[in-house]
Design a protein around this ligand. Sequence first.
Ligand code: CAA
Length: 390
Amino acid sequence: SDKKIGIDKIGLYLPPYYIDMVDLAHERGEDADKYTLGLGQEKMAVPPESQDTVSMAANAALQILDDDDREKIDLVVLATETGIDKSKAGSVYIHHLTGIQPFARSIEMKQACYSGTAGLQLAVSHIANHPGSRALVIASDIAKYGLNSGGEPTQGAGAVAMLIKEDPRIAIVEPDSVSMSRDIMDFWKPNYLEYPEVKGQYSSMQYLDVLSKVWAEYQKRHDVTVEDFESFIFHIPFTKLGEKGLRKVMKGAAEDKKAELKKHYEHTRLLSKNAGNIYTGSLFLGFLSSLVNDPHLSAGDRIGAFSYGSGAVGEFFSMELVEDYRERIDLEAIQSLFDNRHKLSIQEYEDSYNKELPVDGSEYETDYSGDNSAIIVAGIKDHERQYRVR
Ligand code: CAA
C-alpha cells in the first residue's frame, strides 16, 4: 500500500538523578578514560525508588499526548525487559494513568532491548489495518547490573514514548525491515535473579555480528548500499558500541561518506552518553538525539536503524524524515529533563541502589520528596502498586 505510517510525536522521560562517570571510575579504581573514551559514557541516569518502569513510561507519554490522541488511541504497547508483573501488562496502568479512551488494546512486549522495535512494527501494522486510529508505543526500562559489577558503568533508566499514526509528522517507518533470531546466552535474566547474567565481551561480539548479518541481508533484499542513507541509528548500550556498529555498516564506503556518517553519529550518541543504557528505549533515544541535535539532517533523509535485543533478536529497518519534523519535538522539555537533574555522589548512589520497592510482598511507602515527576510510585499496599498523578 502507499499509506505513510510512522512516528508522529516522540517524548522522553528521565529520572531526576544522575551520577558522573568520572566519579564512578575514581570510586571503582578504574581509569576515567575507560568509561568516557573506552565506553563513550559521561553521565548515567539513576532512578529514585519513586519511579518504576510503569511510572517512567506514563511520564514519557504525558509529554506528548493531547485530548485528540486520548480519543483516538486504541493500542497501547509497553516494551520492556524490566516489567513489574509477570501477568498484568504495564500498559494497562499506563492506559489508565494517561487517560486514554476505554476501547483500547493494551499489551506488554518482551525480547530484551529489541521489543521497542517489535512494538513500533506492531503499531504500524495496526494503523494500516485500522485507518484513522492511533497507537501509543512506550519503551521503558531500568538497567541495573549490581554495584561493583562489570556491567555497572553501562546502567541507566528512562522511557521514550511514541505516537504512531498515518501521515506522521516526524518520520515514516518504511515496510522494509529484516529481522534475525539467534538462540544464544549473551545476556538474560532468570526469574529468580535480581540482576541479569551477562557475558559482556560475548554480548558485544554478538551484537556486532547480528548487525553485520541483518545489514548484509537488508542490502541484498532491497538492492541498496550505505550511500542510500543519510544517517544511522543503533541500539546504544554504551555509545562506543554504536560507533563500532557504524564501522561495520560503513565498510567499503567512500572516505568522504564515512566522515559524514561519523559526524551524524556524534549527534545520535549525545543523549545516550548522558543517560546511559535505557534498554528498549535506547534505539529511540538515539533517534531523538539525532532529531534534537543534528543540524545536517533534513526532510526526505533516510535513516537506517539497527535494533538489538540479547538472546538474541536483531532487526534492520529504515525511516524517512518528514517536512518540519524538528518543530514536532519539544526541545525545551527535553533540555529541562537534563538541566534539572540532580547529581548524586557515588555514596548517595550506592545508598539509594538497594532502596527499591520490596520484593517480599511487604507494604511500603516510598520517599518521593525529591521527585517532581507528574506520576510517581507512592508505594505498595496489598500487593498493589500505588501510583499517584500530580
Ligand atoms: N583509556 C581509554 N580506553 C580504555 C581504557 C583507558 N584507560 N581502559 C580501557 N579502555 C577501553 C577498552 O580498550 C575497551 O574498548 P575497546 O573494546 O574498543 O577496545 C573499552 O574501554 C571497555 O573496556 P573493557 O572491554 O575492558 O571493559 P569491561 O570488560 O570491563 O566492560 C562491558 C565492558 C563488557 C561492555 C561491560 O560494561 C558489560 O558487561 N556491560 C553490559 C553488557 C552490555 O552492555 N553488552 C552490550 C551488547 S548486549 C546488548 O546490546 C543488549 C543490552 O543492552 C544489554
